[in-house]
Design a protein around this ligand. Structure first.
Ligand SMILES: NC(=O)c1ccc[n+]([C@@H]2O[C@H](COP(=O)([O-])OP(=O)(O)OC[C@H]3O[C@@H](n4cnc5c(N)ncnc54)[C@H](OP(=O)(O)O)[C@@H]3O)[C@@H](O)[C@H]2O)c1
Length: 166
C-alpha cells in the first residue's frame, strides 16, 4: 500500500455532511482551511461532489480525481477513475503530493481504510442531512489529537478537530 491519505470534511453534530446534493452550511473560515490544506495536493471525490462544486469546475491548483462507474464519463479538467483500486494506483503517480479524500459519503466510507488523518470542521448544530461521514467517535481505531478553540460565524458555532489513526 502507498502513502496513507487524509480525509477532510465539515460535519454536524450527527456526522451529517450534506443534503440534496449540497453542503449543510458555508463557513468562510472553513472554506479557507479547506483550500489551504488541499492546495497543491491531490483531491479525490465522487462524481456527485464534483457536480456540486461551484460551476462544476475542478478545484484550481490541485490534481482532481473524480470517481464514476460510468466508463463514458470524461472531464476536461479532472482525472476520472472507475474504482477504488484505480485511484490507489493513480495517486502513486504523485509521490510528492498529499492526497485528500474530499467526499461525499460514499467516497469517505470507501477510502477510510486507506486514511490515517481526518481534518474535520465540527459544526455545533443538527441539520437535516441525507449524507453522513463515518462516526469516528465510535471507531476505536481513531482518536482526537488536536482541537481548536470554539469559533463563531454569526450564530454558527464550530471548531477544527484533527483525528488520527491510533
Ligand atoms: N460536508 C462536507 O465536507 C462534504 C464534502 C463533500 C461532499 N459533501 C456532500 O455530500 C453529498 C454528495 O455525496 P454522495 O455520497 O451523495 O456522492 P459522492 O460520494 O460525491 O459521489 C457518488 C458517486 O461517486 C461514484 N462512485 C462512488 N464509489 C465509486 C466506486 N467505487 N467506483 C466508481 N465510482 C464510484 C458514483 O458515480 P456514478 O454515479 O457516476 O457512477 C457515485 O454515484 C453532497 O450533498 C455534498 O454537498 C459534503
Amino acid at each position: 500500500m502507498g502513502k496513507p491519505m487524509k480525509l477532510i470534511a465539515s460535519i454536524d453534530n450527527q456526522w451529517g455532511i450534506g443534503k440534496n446534493g449540497k453542503l449543510l452550511v458555508n463557513i468562510p473560515e472553513d472554506m479557507q482551511f479547506f483550500r489551504q490544506e488541499t492546495y497543491g495536493n491531490v483531491v479525490v471525490m465522487g462524481r456527485k461532489t464534483y457536480e456540486s462544486l461551484p460551476y462544476s469546475v475542478s478545484l484550481d491548483g490541485r490534481v482532481n480525481i473524480v470517481l464514476s462507474e460510468n466508463k463514458a464519463f470524461t472531464l476536461r479538467d479532472a482525472i476520472v477513475c472507475h474504482s477504488v483500486d484505480e485511484v490507489l494506483a493513480k495517486v502513486e503517480e504523485f509521490p510528492d503530493k498529499d492526497v485528500y479524500v474530499i467526499g461525499g459519503e460514499s467516497i469517505y466510507t470507501q477510502f477510510l481504510p486507506y486514511c490515517n488523518e481526518a481534518h474535520l470542521t465540527r459544526v455545533d448544530y443538527e441539520y437535516d442531512a441525507d449524507v453522513h461521514f463515518p462516526d469516528l467517535d465510535i471507531d476505536n481505531n481513531w482518536e482526537i489529537t488536536a482541537e481548536s478553540d470554539e469559533k463563531t460565524y454569526f450564530d454558527i458555532i464550530y471548531k477544527f478537530v484533527k483525528y488520527e489513526r491510533k
